[in-house]
Design a protein around this ligand. Sequence first.
Ligand code: ZN
Length: 412
Amino acid sequence: MSLMTAMAFAATGPPLLTYHLPPDKYRQAVEFGRRIDLLHFAGVAWDAAVLLLMIRLRIGARARDFAARAARRWTVQGLIAIGILLAITGVADLPLAVYRHHLGLRFGLSIESWPAWIVDWIKAGITGLIPATLLVLLFFAFARKAPRRWYLYAWALSVIAIVAGTFLTPLVIDPLFYRFRPLAQTDPKLVPALEQVVARAGMYVPPDRMFEMDASSKTREVNAYMTGLGSSKRIVIWDTTIAALTIPEIQSVFGHELGHYVLHHIPISIGLTAAGLLIAFWLLDWILGWIVRYRGARWDIRGLADFAILPAALLLALMAGFLSEPIVNSYSRWQERQADIYELEVLHGIIPDEGRNSAKVDQIMGEIDLDDPAPNAFVRFWLYDHPATPGRMLFAQRYDPWSEGKSPKYVK
Ligand SMILES: [Zn+2]
């Protein structure tokens, strides 16, 4: 190093880390990214085509008539008709799920065998189908008893279901697929390092809210997440992440999840979802009313409370979900950026150069998870729920309110 470069180096620090992959990994990551993105858009089109076909073939009316022959009570008829219709859409989704798992295996991310995967697919289907059938049955009950205001009751019930579902998922659903153990049990040496971060935040997070998940039983991917609500609220770190990272790097991952925890991202997201759903249900009522009036005879739909309307309602819900993706994901990216800021601030003073440490974690995780090094701008806007890895790494290294004389945002 010449004297001039040495002086420049001392003034500016080492050059910024940028996301880079060896040539074969680069090609794989780009190809995997393209296929997964395409699968998403093609999947929505496929699901829409299935529902359109169900409407054209009057599958809704057939399920209703079948249920009417099979049972006398309205409730039982509803369970049969709704169960059949939801199960058809679930099974129609199977080719997409198979292709997704095929990609995971082909690109070396998943290590789950096909038989184990099928068992998981069935488990997920059943645990989704049962509550969904009951929920939709109640929507129909509202439409029957209160045809003018059914959508308000349906909305309120949906919000309750989301809150209950968020609370119950880590307790009831997640353990069906993975094993969760308190970090204090699996990695006792990590606990003081994580407690150091929690103490710097001026917080108290009980050690029994920190879990390790045995992701390595099914995947090579690395990740961590925060989940639950109230007494089920917790931070979960995949065992693959713990195996791939050093203690300061795990502190960095943990700092990000702690950001979600401290900044109440889950309750805020539920609140925003509730607001969005109110608009969606109001629109649904309006458009379904139109369908009954102008397409009812053609599609054999006799009213809002007729089970035969379900495929049309599902198609509208699919479209609403698809069109809201860029809004939901833009908001999610903002929330992720706030968690990143929290991480950089909470680890400032614990780790000498947290910006660089954080960027290193993004590099390691990106390389293992095959993060697309050059994602398409439209895909990034529409689908990315996290900031893309290249920009995220640069942000971490440039975020420096301390030397700029500014006050940190969350952790003073
Ligand atoms: Zn996050």
